[in-house]
Design a protein around this ligand. Structure first.
Ligand code: SF4
Length: 557
């Protein structure tokens, strides 16, 4: 049983740690949970694919660390006393001031300074100290390895996730929004582990995004809902859900290059992201393999990239390239430069964009002066302008809760340096599917000089039925939002047509049967691969259909 009824108005306390479960009070359920972690981690979802060299480097240790052997409670780690102090006091996850050090509310990071939290890049600091007592010019070279804090503390894979959840989840969390029903920490963690096993995407979350979650009520948190699968909230898939719903593989003349629109192509140099979204449209390729899915390989090899460049060069009708993935954040600065300069040098290419969720999930990298990624991006942006071409960064915020003073500072830095930033939001049930949340998000993006470019209807990918909304929701949102903010800050509300018809305005449907939940669209400009005159269908989630219609579909588990 996952939950139990409690009395109303119960106070939710912060996490309280038990004594070492190995040596004394390890509960039966804890043991079972740890066995489950071990089982899940036998799979291959704990490792990223094609990671930069610093990821997984055994020489990089985090301090304080979320990571430890299974069964080693986190309070055994250095800094345990301070951690216990934090835990003794109930914590609030509400943001308290403009420049609140919000991450400190996560127990493991209670002592992390702003300087550390903001550091992103692996670096080697060389401190030279002169020892005058030696009466000589002897310099003691002290080498301090300063870790890439955000990367080293990223929670990746089930083992790290288990340890992290044990540390931050309170003894009980609300099951319903009123807190009338509660679930124990073990029950919640089991729910998540079951969700991870069922999901198509691997687990990876940056400290930044983890610290934006309200851990006192994770089941209803709009950020947790996107990145932390919970089995109990998942719904059986609509039978039309697939791994590659946009038929990207079929539209790829070269591996990792999708050519669907006449003048635009999508280049996928990598398949790794700083944080994995459970609703990823590229679930077929992005992230590590799961027990449930063997991913298409899109390794960042020069040879594959050259094939893509050759194809782009050979097609004069191509003028616009989207560099996505995976995430451009996981390209090394030199790789970003290489791709940018190559695209600038191609006479047929007039515009290109780098797609990255980095600004939303790891904005510290943009502020970290010691990291070369943002400098490479600004440099490419300037070079593109000099060449009379347009370069933009396309990012991916879905909830106002993802925006903090850090992301605002990062956006400002990009703005001051002339980098055009546009945002693509995915409409998700329980995350941003109400007017207040969506309009707040759009306005906050605009205030940060990020153009709210698209709001997407969630794609028909597997294991996202609980996150999808009916078409009617996006229609209603557009009707209310259009006219409430300047037109150039009003996003296009679109459906990326299943089957590879490209993006169409949601309101441009040909037909919409609200009983069956089937809407139809045409895409006259998309004619390749016998698509002329093709009619594309979008399907509303089964549980949102009128009760009499639900039986028509036989959902798959
Ligand atoms: S950042 Fe984009 S590519 Fe990466 S998992 Fe999320 S949706 Fe997929």
């Amino acid at each position: 049983m996952l939950s139990r009824v409690i009395r109303p108005n119960r106070v939710i306390r912060g996490p309280v740690f038990q004594p070492n479960p190995v040596s004394s009070r390890r509960t039966g359920s804890s043991l079972r949970l740890q066995a489950q972690v071990a089982d899940v981690s036998k799979g291959i979802d704990t490792a990223g694919c094609s990671l930069p060299a610093f990821i997984g480097n055994p020489n990089i240790q985090s301090e304080p660390s979320v990571v430890g052997p299974i069964g080693t409670p986190p309070y055994d780690s250095p800094g345990a006393a301070k951690l216990e102090n934090v835990l003794a006091n109930p914590v609030s996850f509400e943001i308290q001031s403009d420049r609140d050090e919000f991450w400190r509310k996560v127990p493991y990071w209670a002592d992390v300074t702003a300087k550390d939290f903001l550091s992103y890049r692996w670096s080697l600091q060389v401190l030279a100290t002169h020892d005058s007592s030696l009466h000589s010019s002897v310099w003691d070279i002290v080498l301090l390895t300063s870790m890439n804090w955000q990367v080293a503390n990223t929670v990746q894979g089930t083992v790290k996730l288990f340890k992290f959840l044990q540390a931050v989840v309170p003894e009980e969390v609300p099951v319903d929004k009123l807190g009338m029903q509660m679930q124990s920490r073990d029950e919640f963690i089991k729910d998540v582990l079951d969700g991870v096993a069922a999901a198509t995407m691997a687990i990876r979350m940056t400290p930044y995004i983890l610290s934006r979650i309200n851990w006192l009520d994770p089941r209803h948190d709009p950020i947790a809902r996107q990145f932390l699968p919970m089995k109990s909230v998942m719904l059986p898939d609509h039978p039309k859900l697939t791994l590659d719903s946009l038929h990207e593989t079929a539209d790829s003349p070269v591996k990792g290059l999708v050519h669907r629109y006449t003048d635009k192509a999508l280049f996928l140099p990598t398949s790794v992201c700083p944080t994995y979204c459970m609703f990823c449209t590229r679930s077929y390729a992005v992230g590590a393999d799961k027990n449930t899915v063997t991913k298409a390989s899109l390794k960042p090899t020069r040879r594959r990239w050259e094939e893509a460049f050759d194809y782009i060069q050979s097609r004069p009708e191509l003028q616009d390239i989207v560099v996505s993935g995976g995430d451009s954040y996981y390209l090394q600065p030199e790789q970003l430069t290489l791709i940018g300069e190559r695209l600038i040098s191609l006479p047929n290419i007039k515009r290109f964009r780098f797609a990255s969720k980095g600004l939303a999930v790891a904005p510290t990298r943009i502020l970290d002066e010691s990291d070369g990624w943002v400098n490479a991006l600004i440099d490419i942006s300037n070079k593109a302008k000099k060449a009379g071409k347009s370069m933009a960064l396309h990012t991916h915020f879905n909830s106002p809760n993802e925006i903090s003073w850090i992301s605002s500072d990062a956006s400002q830095k990009l703005f001051e340096n002339g980098v055009m930033v546009r945002n693509q939001t995915v409409l998700l049930r329980g995350v941003n599917d109400d007017y207040e949340t969506m309009s707040t998000l759009i306005r906050q993006l605009a205030d940060n000089n990020i153009t709210p470019y698209y709001v997407y209807q969630c794609d028909l990918v597997e294991r996202v039925e609980h996150l999808r909304t009916p078409l009617q929701t996006i229609l209603d949102l557009e009707a209310k939002i259009r006219g409430s903010i300047a037109g150039f800050m009003t996003p296009s509300f679109v459906v990326d047509l299943p089957g590879g018809g490209g993006k169409r305005l949601a309101c441009s449907y040909q037909s919409y049967n609200r009983d069956t939940g089937v809407s139809t669209f045409v895409a006259p400009a998309i004619t390749g691969r016998d698509k002329a005159d093709k009619v594309y269908e979008y399907y509303d989630p089964v549980d949102m259909l009128p009760e009499a219609s639900r039986g028509v579909y036989k959902p798959s588990i």
